[in-house]
Design a protein around this ligand. Structure first.
Ligand code: C5P
Length: 415
């Protein structure tokens, strides 16, 4: 219970601000007195009226309000509270806290207060991972600012990752832990949160991009794969702490941070690089490997001779996914393949899962109308031995994040 405890809740401007209404309700149910301060951006997401109605108190939003100053000076506001809670805490307000900026009522209070502060960060995963935010979070933690969350999950912006504000119940729990004197339960952030280390100690292999199969020194057979999905998967696995090797065919993409990247051209080189990275706990074959290569790549540039046509003799390339599946002692613990289909997506993908010996197949429609190849979005159907799971349309980054979480859950179940 929180009776007799007074919380000053600062609501800054993020989509998660709607959750602060629920937070106030739960705190009041437990007997806490809640008074709210709303930033200008916060007021774009929740109204002062709804905060006032639920908290049963005046909502403060103006540093220079004569009425508010007459009734309750801004210094008084924090003096009156046992704990300051910033929920949602945007990247912006945390940067201001770290930098000692006081340019509105909320930040002035945070700079002037001598009371403990708990932040519940909420932002896009890239903002959360940006070195500027990381440095600010570290600095605030070093100064004793407590933190709850953020969690991992789907975001309002359509992405997936770390940055979702903790749920109201978790924030209440953190506040109760503080007032109980168990402040450690709301561990000040140092380094990555436990969610970010779910694959620590695990090894992952990802293939990505197309392969190029030489016809002669200047021409090659290739396909339209951009490598975006495979690279995003490698990045997502590394983010969860996996020691990740990415074997990539030729792409225009930068090497993902924190990943060991092996650059290859042909299917046979890709297979060789994959073999060298074994054993791994999980392998995700996202590369669009060329099914065929020329039987004999010419040593010199082939010349036109007299307008006639020319036949190319092709031989089949090794199937990397299938080879990994049958790699006796070295078979990856969890083997994931993709099935890019232009028709009968599910039926073809199920057949592919059986034929290649993969544990999971992520089927996606790559018909020209879908815009998947080269695009940023994907529609996935995950096929495993128990059936088909349809994922909603999402960005390739979000697919990667969701897949990495599923992999972490699966590996956690293993002995
Ligand atoms: O047979 P298909 O190319 O549609 O199979 C797709 C899946 O198999 C993908 O996971 C792809 O990375 C993998 N594959 C492979 N080696 C090949 C062909 C496909 O690993 N030679």
């Amino acid at each position: 219970m929180l009776s007799e405890n007074r919380v000053l809740l600062i609501v800054s401007g993020g989509i998660a601000a709607y959750k602060s209404l629920e937070l106030i309700r739960r705190l009041k149910e437990r007997g806490a007195a809640v008074r709210c301060v709303l930033t200008r951006a916060g007021a774009k997401f929740v109204t002062p009226l709804s905060l006032a109605a639920i908290s049963g108190d005046t909502v403060y939003d103006d540093l220079f309000s004569l009425t508010a100053e007459a009734e309750m000076g801004h210094i008084e506001l924090s003096r009156d509270a046992g704990l300051l809670v910033v929920a949602p805490a945007t990247a912006d307000i945390m940067a201001k806290m770290a930098g000692g900026i006081a340019d509105d009522l909320a930040t002035t209070l945070l700079l002037a207060t001598d009371k403990p502060v708990l932040v519940a960060p909420a932002m896009n995963v890239r903002m959360w991972e940006h070195p500027a935010t990381r440095a600010n979070v570290e600095m605030l933690a070093a100064r004793g600012v407590m933190r709850v969350g953020p969690g991992v999950g789907d975001m309002a912006c359509g992405e997936f990752g770390e940055g979702r504000m903790a749920e109201p119940d978790e924030i209440v729990e953190a506040i109760e832990a503080y007032f109980r004197g168990a402040g450690a339960a709301v561990t000040p952030s140092r380094g990555k949160s436990p969610e970010a280390r779910r694959l620590a100690g695990r090894k992952a292999l990802v293939t990505s991009g197309p392969t190029h199969e030489a016809i002669d020194p200047v021409r090659y057979i290739a396909n339209r794969s951009s490598g975006k999905q495979g690279h995003a998967i490698a990045r997502a696995l590394a983010r969860l702490g996996a020691e990740t090797t990415l074997v990539s065919g030729p792409t225009n993409l930068a090497d993902p941070a924190g990943v060991t990247v092996v650059h290859v051209e042909t299917a046979r080189e890709m297979l060789e690089a994959c073999r060298k990275s074994l054993p791994v706990d999980v392998a995700v074959c996202a590369a669009a490997v060329s099914d065929w290569r020329t039987a004999d790549a010419a040593a010199q540039k082939i010349k036109k001779n007299g307008g006639g046509g020319r036949k190319l003799e092709l031989v089949e390339n090794p199937d990397i996914l299938q080879t990994l599946a049958s790699a006796e002692n070295l078979r990856p613990g969890l083997l994931v393949g993709f099935a890019a289909e232009t028709e009968k997506v599910i039926a073809n993908a199920k057949a592919k899962r059986r034929k290649k010996g993969a544990d999971w197949i992520l089927a996606n429609d790559v018909s020209p109308a879908s815009g998947t190849f080269g695009g940023d979005r994907n529609v996935i159907h995950l096929i495993d031995d128990s059936g088909v799971e349809d994922w909603p349309p999402m960005s390739k980054d979000a697919v990667a994040g969701r897949l990495a979480q599923r992999i972490a859950e699966q590996l956690a179940e293993e002995p």
